[in-house]
Design a binder for this molecule. Structure first.
Ligand code: ARG
Length: 470
């Protein structure tokens, strides 16, 4: 008996009398990229078959045959022995055809009450759910690396910038913890996307539901598509279930935001590593040399991360544009959801992994950071605050300090290097305790509000993060 699925021109029915050209076959096939969904496809099929058996729609023997066949197919795919055929279009038809080849008639019963439309939507959701979990773990690793690096630098002074002009001193730890906050929110966003991804389309069939007495909740439960209370999560409208890909858009949006955070960090690493700053060094294994300039050590990894961010944001645009013109329900356009989604996942995972490793091993030049803070009059605000404490209105204090900075600039010294007598010419209220306020350390220690850069505050933030991540 010839397997009907063996020839793509007959993959659906005898209705087709003309074979496809090779070009059209290649154009419409997805197997060479969607085969990565094979585990989800088999898991979905087994849950569907189990339910068909339980509902008496297929026999216990059919179910056993399907289970045996799927076990063999899994082994074949894992070992690389499975032969993927372009003629069979996609992962779903490839696996189903092999099943029928292996177990005969039971294989042909598997597709009862199911369509590739609800099948593919289920597969992508199941696969993405697993990837979101891995991404969650990688985000934890990255946060931990940043927290450990921060714990060594709560007293290391870095010029904080606005407009890339020296603004006020902050600790390097405080700066690193800003990224921990961003990555913590990225993890929250991922967890939120996971909730909406983890819902079952299967049982919607092609678009309208099916006449077979399916138990969709049972399928959802066996696939782990349940909420925190263990309640089965099933898509409640068959048209929506087979056709929307908002979970993919949402995931790619969350991934884009995360990559934008990485990209900002990358930009800083690149700037900090340039000779004009000289704040940090990346470990050699994250840099490359130049083929012509022997002195060069280039920050290729952060540069590529910054570049790949564009690619991921592009995938988001691609997916959103893919959906915008589609009438309900399923359209083949949806097959184009996979490559951008897969590439987004691969890019994000690699980037998070490499950053966790890289951020754990950066060398900090604390002296260069501190010198830069000094050069930029980073404690000017502290002098103003000092005068406010002596009774001056802030606006007047601001003006007094502007004069002081102008004088210090003309003399080529820091505010803290001006003699007390000179400082007193700007305002008589200035006394010797001004030098405490003008020191970088004093400036840091003063910012002890919740969320501020004072070493004590930052220590307790580190403790909070550590407790949160264990
Ligand atoms: N490979 C297809 C996809 O990725 C599977 C669904 C095909 N359904 C269909 N009616 N042609 O979307």
């Amino acid at each position: 008996m010839t397997n009907q699925l063996d020839k793509k021109s007959q993959a659906w029915s005898a209705l087709f009398s003309e074979p496809m050209s090779e070009l059209v076959k290649r154009y419409t096939s997805s197997v060479f990229f969607d085969k990565r969904l094979w585990q989800a496809d088999i898991a979905g099929s087994l849950a569907h078959a189990d339910m068909l058996g339980h509902q008496g729609i297929i026999s216990a023997q059919d179910l056993a045959d399907i289970q045996r066949g799927m076990a063999q197919i899994s082994a074949e795919i894992e070992s690389g022995a499975f032969e993927w055929k372009l003629d069979l279009e996609d992962v779903h038809l490839n696996i189903e055809a092999r099943l029928t080849q292996l177990v005969g008639i039971a294989g042909k019963r598997l597709h009862t009450g199911r369509s590739r439309n609800d099948q593919v939507a289920t597969d992508v959701r199941l696969w993405l759910r697993g990837e979101i979990d891995l991404i969650g773990e990688l985000l934890v690793e990255l946060q931990k690396a940043l927290i450990e690096a921060a714990s060594e630098h709560t007293e290391t002074i870095l010029p904080g910038f606005t407009h890339l002009q020296v603004a006020q001193p902050v600790s390097f730890a405080h700066h690193l913890l800003a990224y921990v906050e961003m990555f913590a929110r990225d993890a929250e966003r991922m967890a939120d996307v996971r909730r909406r991804t983890n819902r079952l389309p299967l049982g919607s069939a092609a678009l309208a539901g099916t006449g077979y007495p399916l138990d969709r909740e049972r399928v959802a439960r066996s696939l782990g598509m349940v909420d925190a209370q263990g309640v089965a999560q099933v898509c409640h409208n068959s048209l929506d279930a087979v056709s929307d890909r908002d979970f993919a858009m949402e995931f790619t949006a969350a991934a884009s935001i995360c990559m934008v955070h990485i990209s900002r960090l990358s930009e800083e690493l690149i700037i900090w590593m340039s000779q004009n700053f000289g704040f940090i060094q990346l470990a050699d294994r994250f840099t490359t040399g130049s083929s012509i300039m022997p002195q060069k050590k280039n920050p290729d990894v952060p540069e590529l991360a910054r570049g790949k961010t564009g690619r991921v944001v592009g995938h988001l645009m691609g997916l959103i544009t893919l959906m915008k013109g589609q009438p309900l329900a399923y359209n083949k356009d949806n097959q184009e959801d996979k490559e951008p989604l897969f590439d987004t996942v691969d890019t994000l995972k690699d980037t998070l992994r490499i950053f966790a490793e890289m951020m754990g091993g950066i060398t900090v030049n604390a002296a260069a950071m501190e010198a830069a803070a000094r050069r930029g009059y980073a404690t000017a605000t502290d002098l103003a605050d000092y005068l406010v404490k002596k009774g001056l209105p802030f606006r007047d204090a601001h003006e007094v300090v502007a004069h002081a900075v102008k004088t210090a600039q003309a003399l080529g010294v820091d505010l803290s290097e001006l003699p007390l007598a000179t400082l007193q010419t700007f305002n008589a209220a200035i006394e010797v305790d001004v030098f405490e306020a003008l020191s970088l350390q004093g400036s840091l220690a003063a910012r002890n509000t919740l969320g501020g850069t004072a070493p004590q505050r930052v220590q307790s933030e580190i403790a909070r993060h550590r407790a949160r991540l264990t």
